[in-house]
Design a protein around this ligand. Structure first.
Ligand SMILES: *Cc1c(COP(=O)(O)O)cnc(C)c1O
Length: 369
């Protein structure tokens, strides 16, 4: 039996263990928010934003942020047909309607022309999901947003370490949301964070995130509205503080793994995550999209991975192909990408020879061994 290659796994060192141990032993009572506050401060500094609220999940960060924008019944939010359902679920929970539009063939992210064409008087936000670390066309989307008076939200759950012309993904929209799920580039087990530069939005979201209790309220247990409970625990934040101290190393490793794949797969009829000039890709998930002209059996490649103790992972199904979105119009590029695409394993401790093992199987599947 060869060594099992997982599709992703966290990198937990003595630093994470020591912070978590300290939080478990001492992080209670008066000190129960210490690591949370430290994590939020570290994250603000890393991202270059004014405000951050740690949450129990990326989905929760999106939910409280959208609620803070006042998105509700009858409103529409535009997003790509290709994403994880977590991007769309908060829209539906708020009673609003996700409007699915197509993606660009090379970035697998929102097509700005399709976004503009989908705007109606009910549009309340554009949700830009940076898929697998790839960046949306942020300048074009922010420009559309400005011209129509519609905020752009960044779902940067997969894009820590990605930068857009010198600014970090997640820091450019009206707010950004990150996830620290165990599969993401930095993890707290489960967790997320809401970030913004908008003082008023931050204040509203802070109140909503604390069961509707405003910061300046002097009465105990006095909510001014019905809010949410999506808080990160101090224990999780302790692990997050250690991960953030190691963020440059963790992102560098993701980039190293990607570059190894890129050279090992050179010459094959496929595309991988792009990195346009002026941007950096955090390469959360190295992804291959086989050229349309080539006949490719995704299931056969997944089976070959499995036979070789390698975890393969399908590209996200278009949301419009899922039962919950049966009324949505299927978007052609999104539907064309999914059956031709796969995510390849990537994590801190993946070794160069593991990449070679994976690449060999991809080569064999494409008949170029
Ligand atoms: C992981 C992810 C989320 C949600 O994060 P959770 O922490 O799992 O709630 C949202 N959007 C995208 C694109 C994701 O990949």
């Amino acid at each position: 039996m060869s060594k099992r290659i997982h599709y992703t796994r966290p990198s937990i060192t003595a630093l994470e263990v020591s912070y978590a141990t300290d939080a478990a032993a001492n992080g209670w009572g008066d000190r129960c928010y210490e690591y949370i506050q430290r994590f939020e401060r570290q994250f603000r500094e890393y991202l270059g934003v004014g405000h951050a609220i740690a949450t129990s999940s990326g989905t929760g960060a999106l939910h409280i942020g959208m609620a803070g924008l006042g998105i509700g019944a009858g409103d529409e939010v535009i997003l790509a047909d290709v994403s994880w359902i977590a991007s769309a679920a908060p829209i539906i929970h708020l009673g609003a309607k996700p409007v699915l539009v197509d993606v660009l063939e090379d970035s697998w992210c929102l097509d700005p022309a399709k976004v503009e064409a989908a705007i109606t008087p009910r549009t309340r936000a554009i949700l830009a999901v940076h898929l697998y670390g790839n960046l949306c066309e942020l300048d074009a989307l922010l420009d559309i947003g400005r011209r129509h008076g519609i905020p752009v939200i960044e779902d940067a759950a997969e894009a820590i370490g990605s930068t857009w012309h010198g600014r970090r993904a997640g820091s450019l929209g009206v707010f950004g949301a990150f996830s620290f799920h165990g599969t993401k580039t930095i993890t707290t087990g489960e967790g997320g964070i809401f970030v913004t530069n908008d003082d008023a939005l931050h204040e509203r979201v802070l109140t909503l995130s604390n069961h509707g209790r405003a910061r300046g309220e002097t009465r105990q247990f006095w909510p001014e509205c019905v809010g949410f409970k999506y808080k990160m625990s101090n224990l999780q934040a302790a692990i997050g503080c250690a991960q953030l101290e190691r963020i440059d190393e963790l992102v560098a490793r993701k980039r190293h793994v990607f570059e190894r794949y890129r050279s090992a797969l050179a010459g094959l009829p496929l595309a991988m995550n792009p990195e346009p000039p002026g941007t950096t890709n955090g390469y959360w998930m190295p992804t291959i999209v086989v050229d349309r002209s080539v006949s490719f059996d995704r299931e056969a490649l997944l089976a070959a991975f499995k036979a070789n103790d390698i975890d393969g992972r399908v590209f996200f199904w278009p949301l419009s192909s899922l039962p919950a979105f049966r009324d949505a119009t299927p978007q052609p590029v999104s539907h064309s990408l999914a059956p031709r695409a796969l995510n390849l394993p990537s994590y801190h401790d993946l070794e160069d020879e593991d990449v070679t093992r994976v690449a060999t199987i991809v080569r064999e599947a494409l008949g170029r061994s």
